[in-house]
Design a binder for this molecule. Structure first.
Ligand SMILES: Nc1ncnc2c1ncn2[C@@H]1O[C@H](COP(=O)(O)OP(=O)(O)OP(=O)(O)O)[C@@H](O)[C@H]1O
Ligand SMILES: O=P(O)(O)OC[C@H]1O[C@H](OP(=O)(O)OP(=O)(O)O)[C@H](O)[C@@H]1O
Ligand SMILES: [Mg+2]
Length: 287
């Protein structure tokens, strides 16, 4: 009898832990009773949660110990396990880059020929160097990679970067970006019909949360003679809602705006006579 719960592996502690929990909570999944255990069950969704080292998650999913997992794309590429990406999650954004001591000259990746590169991503780095016909010695270390050049362990490093402050503090500069990464939901492809259906329910909720994060609800007052232009600026999910104000000649306009277009639209709305503009976050969005 297959498990009647969807088993999900998430990072026990580290960069992805809090955002993974937050995402599940925004999906309406309650884990309150088990956040300090290594394994817990949701009280209101058939979900069992395992808290693991992120490096181990692709293997556990490939082995079907967990059905799904949340992990960085960088880890999936490094581990080369038989898992599929089912959803990009939009957090844990970073890049995997090569860096060298900041005063060292650099023209191209060929400058690393015959040099030593320290990294926690030996497979990705080996593939990248081979694709550039560069022969370098790869020195695998599991953490504090940025220290390697200053202690004479390597000439260059390849590690994750987001703000760049760790590189800066260690006197390094970024010279090549090998890949961009974000957290993703992965699964194995032998889910039973029932767990597959649970995964679809979870994905539906995740997609609603993701859409809501990228959109804002907007309310404004507009003179009626300006409504045609304002409606053109605010297509919304279908079309904006227009309600009459108590003061004659004015309407209240409600719509949804994508965060990428947000500031441009606000400026145009003001030019077209919009007043009292309110912007409100959206919790879930189902189209
Ligand atoms: N600086 C960063 N900014 C954003 N995302 C990051 C950053 N560093 C790492 N990540 C992402 O978060 C994931 C987990 O990073 P973390 O540093 O917590 O891993 P770890 O030390 O290997 O943890 P674990 O103890 O689980 O093995 C990385 O694989 C990457 O996808
Ligand atoms: O560009 P930045 O914003 O400085 O981030 C980069 C750092 O973040 C990650 O380490 P983390 O801080 O997660 O610690 P870890 O080495 O213990 O995993 C990564 O390994 C880098 O060292
Ligand atoms: Mg790890």
């Amino acid at each position: 009898m297959p498990s009647q719960k969807l088993k999900i592996a998430i990072q026990k502690s580290g960069r992805l832990h809090d955002d993974s929990i937050k995402l599940l909570q925004e999906c309406g999944i309650d884990l309150q009773n088990g956040l300090n255990k290594l394994k817990t069950e949701a009280s209101n969704f058939p979900l069992e949660v395992y808290f693991l080292r992120d490096d181990d998650i692709p293997q556990y999913v490939e082995d079907e110990v967990a059905d799904v997992g949340i992990v960085g794309e960088n880890v999936i590429l490094e581990k080369e396990k038989q898992v599929q990406v089912v959803e990009q999650l939009g957090f844990g954004k970073c890049r995997l880059s090569i860096a060298i001591p900041k005063d060292q000259e650099y023209q191209s990746i060929h400058d690393l020929h015959g040099k030593r590169v320290a990294t926690s991503y030996p497979h990705i780095v080996a593939q990248y160097l081979a694709s550039q016909q560069v022969k370098a010695e790869i020195h695998e270390i599991s953490g504090s990679v940025e220290i390697a050049p200053s202690i004479g362990l390597a000439d260059a490093i390849c590690d994750l970067v987001s703000s760049g402050s760790t590189l800066f503090m260690n006197g390094l500069r970024e010279v090549e970006t090998i890949l961009h990464s974000q957290a993703v939901l992965i699964s194995h492809n032998r889910l039973h019909a029932y767990t597959s259906q649970l995964l679809e329910q979870l994905r539906f909720r995740i997609q609603a949360v993701k859409k809501a994060r990228h959109n804002k609800y907007i309310l404004l007052n507009a003179p009626n003679d300006k409504l045609p232009e304002i409606i053109k600026l605010l297509p919304g999910m279908k079309s904006p809602t227009i309600l009459p104000l108590a003061e004659s000649g004015w309407s209240s306009v409600h719509s949804v705006v994508n965060e990428n277009d947000f500031w441009d639209i606000i400026e145009s709305l003001k030019k077209h006579g919009a007043q009292g503009i309110l912007v409100v976050p959206i919790e879930k969005m189902i189209i």
